[in-house]
Design a protein around this ligand. Sequence first.
Ligand code: GTP
Ligand code: MG
Length: 200
Amino acid sequence: MLIKSAEFFGSVADYKKCPKPELPEYAFIGRSNVGKSSLINAICNNSKLAKTSSTPGKTQTINHFLINKNWYLVDLPGYGYAKSSKMLREKWYDFILGYFENRENLVCTFVLIDSRLAPQQIDLDFMALLVETEIPFVIVFTKTDKLSQADLGKNLRFYKKKMLETWEEMPQNILTSAEKKRGMDQVLDLIDELNASYGK
Ligand code: GTP
Ligand code: MG
């Protein structure tokens, strides 16, 4: 799929204020600093679309980007930001759960995971929560440019092994690098496929 247009549509601090659920949407979630905003920019070929930062906690609201005038990419605030207070973490949880449980036009969620790290409990817990709430998701491993091919392979094997301790199978996953524009086609092909069957 070609991205012909990508526009910032709006930013809200309450899921109830999201755009009318008239178009299919795809959300990007994951720990703070994992590269959600960067991936959206890489997919859209526009480094200035979503705000990125080397300091975790940059995205604090629900941000909609209208793509090709007929679907949305959604940039969400990250979880697991160490500096945030308990109250803020609980607020994040309610806020994000509200979004996931109520967004009827949410077709698929991309759960971003830093390919350099060993499996983190917070990500495994979050994916389990998505299963509980019956929200389809795909894992997106990020920042693969920061690893050698051998280390990447090793980390992926370890991730799979860890997941299979509790999961029946490894969820669908895509390897990406926003830096090297790796995996963008796979993300877009998947969205294209899901858009084609949306509403059918
Ligand atoms: P929050 O909004 O704070 O939750 O973070 P985020 O997940 O949106 O992360 P963001 O896209 O702002 O990226 C965080 C940092 O990681 C930035 O310094 C990016 O330049 C860097 N980064 C993101 N993706 C990649 C990648 O594929 N490769 C490399 N090398 N760096 C990346
Ligand atoms: Mg962000």
